[in-house]
Design a protein around this ligand. Structure first.
Ligand code: DOR
Ligand code: ZN
Length: 433
């Protein structure tokens, strides 16, 4: 099966892409299209921008006993609608991905996925043998190991420093990246006692920035001694950026920023309430600025959505009961494209953060770049289309967002996974302005 995508606007200019058996086999300037010979199908991309499909290293797909929140079908539909072609699923599911038996249950459920995927194995205070058993099999579907240093949403934690070191040693031995949620439980407990508020407006004070800063400092220090690769998830404070800057010289420290920590701060909580409850919390404008700077000076390596769906009923409970997190797969690329249009983000940088870098860091073969030999994972973008984000039309089961109602310029028109168009986002999804 061969397909030509003609009139694709690439960074290099207007081009035609020849795809065979899911892979890119040739790319030529559009005026030379006839040299491709005969093909089964030609699709006219009409001069729209074509970028590598987004690789989102931070997704909570749920499913299994939490399929009422989200499942592999709805999560992957949401991914397609958002131009995302690969997702890495987090282990804090029910049952948790902390041993081979539970991993195999998840593997079965994930067969429903419409996009590429990999899994993180969760570390606990006692499952090093389980991690070894999984990695010993040279499991190509394992993206890495996830460590939570604090309780967040139904997750296992690693609270013992010696165990953390052992997990780092294991990661080094198997050449896997350790992704870390760095808020520290011990400090979290202290701050919660010190500030006994029960109010979303105090979430940032209660889950105090010090919890994240100290945890980030700890993992930077330990990983430098051990020499393993770490990926600090959802960095949210300027202090963490300063720390990462100091340690980021050996190509072993990677750092992820989410669209919400970049574009929102706690001032929005007045308006959105618990919908905006997320861990780590939304911080301040000063932190937003530092994250932008980290993007522009190469300290931030990736943008991950932290897509974390819950039911609206769960989110509408009182502050202490409402779970943290909200969906992000369908808003991430739109928000970033809007920043490109606003002149705040270079298109090349967007591509680096959302596809080139995650593919490199997690060693994805033949993905993350539009080049001959790679799989044809592509997002087709109309950079001039104006949209209003309409959460009620999300493909995710979680039909709410702190970004709901925001007007953006730039829209995903089609998403190709392994050369197949799997979704053409319909106008109704986001609603026109
Ligand atoms: O806000 C969050 N939600 N932070 C996490 O660490 C977990 C996530 C979830 O699973 O809902
Ligand atoms: Zn997460």
């Amino acid at each position: 099966m061969s397909v030509i995508l003609k009139n694709c606007l690439l960074i290099e200019g207007l081009s035609n892409i020849l795809i065979e058996e899911g892979k890119i086999v040739d790319i030529k300037p559009s005026e030379q299209s006839e040299t491709f010979g005969t093909v089964n199908e030609t699709i006219d991309i009409k001069g729209n921008l074509v970028i590598p499909g987004v690789i989102d290293a931070h997704v909570h797909v749920r499913d299994l006993q939490q399929a009422y929140k989200e499942d592999w079908e709805t999560a992957s539909m949401a991914a397609l609608a958002g131009g995302v072609t690969t997702i890495f699923d987090m282990p804090n599911t029910l049952p948790a991905t902390i041993n081979l038996k539970n991993l195999n249950i998840k593997r079965k459920a994930a067969e429903m996925s419409l996009v590429n995927y990999k899994f993180f194995i969760g570390a606990t205070n006692s499952n090093q043998k389980d991690i070894e058993e999984i990695l010993d099999k040279n499991a190509p579907d394992i993206a890495g190991i996830k460590v939570f240093l604090a309780g967040s949403v139904s997750n296992e934690t690693v609270t013992d420093e010696d165990i953390l070191k052992q997990v780092f040693e294991l990661a080094k031995q198997y050449d896997k990246v350790v992704v870390i949620h760095t808020e520290l439980q011990e400090l979290l407990d202290k701050w919660q006692q010190r500030l006994p508020y029960n109010n979303i407006l105090k979430h940032n004070a209660i889950r105090n920035r010090q919890c994240a800063i100290k945890g980030t400092e700890l993992v930077l220090r330990l990983s430098e001694v051990i020499g393993n690769k770490i990926y600090i998830a959802h960095v949210s404070t300027f202090e963490e950026i300063e720390l990462i800057k100091k340690y980021k010289c050996n190509n072993q420290v990677f750092c992820e920023v989410t669209p919400h920590h970049l574009l929102l701060n706690e001032s929005i909580l007045e308006k959105v309430g618990n919908i905006g409850k997320v861990n780590p919390p939304l911080r301040s404008e000063k932190d937003n600025a530092a994250l932008w700077q980290a993007i522009n000076n190469g300290i931030a390596d990736t943008i991950g959505t932290d897509h974390a769906p819950h039911t609206i009923e769960e989110k509408q409970q009182e502050y202490e009961k409402a779970p943290s997190g909200f969906p992000g797969l369908e808003t991430c690329l739109l928000l970033l494209l809007n920043e490109v249009n606003e002149g705040n983000l270079k298109l090349e940088k967007l591509i680096e953060l959302t596809s080139n870098n995650p593919a490199k860091i997690f060693q994805l073969e033949k993905r993350g770049e539009i080049k001959v030999g790679n799989f044809a994972d592509l997002s087709v973008i109309d950079l001039n289309k104006k949209w209003k984000i309409n959460a009620s039309a999300f493909r995710s089961k979680a039909k709410y967002s702190p970004f709901d109602g925001i007007e953006v310029k730039g829209k995903v028109m089609m998403t190709f996974v392994d050369g197949k168009i799997l979704d053409v986002s319909k106008e109704v999804i986001y609603g026109t302005i």
